[in-house]
Design a protein around this ligand. Structure first.
Ligand code: HEM
Ligand code: HEM
Ligand SMILES: [Fe+2]
Length: 474
């Protein structure tokens, strides 16, 4: 991503964040493929990169690239929203390198050291063993310092410059986002207590603070890409924020059904998590409503005006509205009532939801931000779709949807055979997994994973090439 057209240092730093994020995204998919191959051929890379290691890297890389892309998005929009250069940008740049170096070391340790002795040194230097946020403790402290620097820059800039609704929401949201990380940093011997706090990070991130972040980014994107009215967009944003926090916080209960927490969580979790799709509907309507309002604008000759100044980014933002609603809202709602979750808990159904939700709610909009970054870096006025961007979008989206369908079918087999018919015994677990439908679903997940990965290769090529392409209006 060339930076030659950027006058703002904040935007330059944003492109660093986007670039690193895109690389880690590629690594995430690669290790996802390794894990998927191991489902089909269990001996693949045995004792070299075992399933447990491939899986750790796959899902931690997922979280890391998204956090990088989110930091980048904030550095990207800050100068536009506040009207000033970001305060403390030199420290911001230094912290970027600290962050990136720490991540590289953590991944190398996962790959080369893999496991440690069952004592404190493992927690400090190898892994904390908490799914999605497995970084060892030394890295935790580094991440806290980086996050403090980032939030500090955001606050100082927000207080000095113009205070739009978007910036205000982001300031509040990012403090909560960073603060929640602390809940995953201390260790207890009691696994129920440990999981109780661990869910604060992962659930309150993806179902509260990250969703609010997406609301803010969608608002910014709609203003910059289709010239949506700030008043309308920010009104929606406030509605979404209040709804998201209203349902998302107590929706936490849907993870407390079976981990040894008190039984009142059944009712709390059922009620509030069932309400969670509502704000997602609001976000969906929001994007489509603003989009609809810009359709049909015509010039004097009756020609359709090209009001969307970044087609690929806008495509990804619209996919976000659909994907968030489907992956988080619908696939989440499916298994959120305790009566249903009793059967679906920890099956491939969970994985189907996990893939579609993370992809639909976050990967999409962050890829959209990559495109905004490329547009700005190359001084492009109107950015069109290229053949590559269309193929990339279709293959990535088609691939993830394909994987989701396969995983949903696999989950269905587990629910029916392993749980309902055979009563969740040890033997039932293996019977479910050897059924024809399950085995075929794992093949299809792998095939669709390859499609996704190839789509990613096209995406990376398109992002790198776009600056040179002549189809765009400068
Ligand atoms: C973008 C937002 C969301 C993301 C990224 C997301 C992602 C995930 C992931 C990755 C898991 C698996 C966790 C694990 O490894 O144990 C999970 C579990 C779960 N999610 Fe979501 N989710 C989102 C929103 C929602 C919503 C809105 C609902 C309900 C309406 C929901 C309901 C559930 C339930 C009930 C589980 C537990 C599944 C089980 O018992 O195995 N999720 N989610
Ligand atoms: C090349 C494409 C991909 C392949 C082959 C793949 C494969 C896998 C595999 C094999 C697992 C382990 C499942 C298990 O423990 O049984 C996994 C977990 C996971 N993957 Fe992927 N994945 C891919 C892309 C993605 C994408 C694009 C996302 C999200 C943006 C994602 C998010 C996740 C999550 C959240 C989990 C944990 C799910 C859970 O524990 O319920 N993956 N993936
Ligand atoms: Fe949740």
């Amino acid at each position: 991503m060339a930076n030659n057209h950027l006058t703002s240092e904040s935007k330059q730093l944003a492109t660093w964040y986007f670039t690193f994020a895109a690389i880690i995204f590629g690594a995430q998919l690669l290790f996802g493929l390794v894990a998927a191959i191991q489902y089909v051929m269990p001996a693949f890379l045995f004792e070299l990169v075992d399933f447990s290691i491939a899986r750790i890297i796959h899902i931690n890389a997922l979280v890391v690239w998204m956090v990088f892309a989110m930091f980048g998005s904030v550095y990207w929009l800050l100068p536009d929203e506040t009207g000033i250069e970001t305060v403390g940008i030199k420290i911001g740049k230094l912290l970027f390198w600290v962050f990136a170096a720490a991540i590289v070391v953590v991944v190398l340790v996962y790959l080369l050291v893999q496991v440690g002795p069952a004592d404190e040194t493992t927690i400090w230097f190898i892994t904390e063993g908490r799914e999605y946020i497995e970084a060892p403790r030394w890295a935790d402290f580094g991440i806290v310092v980086v996050a403090l620097g980032f939030v500090g820059n955001l606050f100082l800039t927000g207080m000095k410059g113009k205070q739009t609704g978007i910036v205000t929401v982001l300031m509040a949201d990012m403090i909560a986002f960073a603060g929640l990380y602390l809940a995953g940093m201390f260790f207890t011997d009691n696994i129920s207590v440990d999981q109780y706090w661990w869910w604060w990070v992962i659930h309150l991130w993806v179902e509260a603070t990250w969703e609010v972040f997406v609301g803010a980014i969608a608002a910014y994107g709609l203003i910059t890409m289709i010239g949506a009215h700030r008043k309308t967009v920010e009104m929606w944003l406030w509605i979404e924020v209040s709804m998201l926090f209203g349902s998302g916080i107590l929706g936490l209960g849907h993870h407390y059904f079976w981990i040894g927490t008190p039984e009142y969580w059944w009712e709390i979790g059922a009620l509030f998590s069932a309400l969670e799709p509502l704000p997602l509907v609001a976000m969906f309507i929001h994007v489509l409503y603003d989009w609809g309002k810009t359709q049909g604008s015509q010039d004097a000759k009756g020609e359709q005006l090209s009001v969307i100044n970044n087609k690929p980014a806008f495509t990804w933002f619209v996919l976000n509205a659909f994907g968030n609603f489907l992956g988080a809202g619908i696939w989440g709602f499916f298994h959120t009532l305790p009566q249903v979750n009793l059967y679906t808990h920890g099956t491939q159904f969970t994985s189907a939801h996990g893939h579609l939700a993370f992809f639909g709610a976050y990967a999409t909009i962050l890829i959209g931000m990559f495109y905004l970054g490329v547009q700005g870096s190359n001084g492009i006025k109107v950015m069109k779709n290229t053949k590559l961007s269309i193929w990339a979008t279709s293959m990535i989206t088609g691939g993830v949807v394909g994987m989701t369908v396969a995983l949903t079918i696999a989950g269905y087999v587990q629910v029916l055979v392993s749980r309902a018919q055979m009563g969740a015994t040890w033997a039932a677990y293996f019977d479910g997994q050897s059924g024809l439908w399950f085995v075929q679903a794992m093949d299809w997940r792998l095939i669709m994973g390859v499609v996704t990965f190839l789509g990613f290769v096209l995406l990376a090529t398109d992002l790198l090439r776009t600056g040179k392409s002549a189809v765009h209006e400068r």
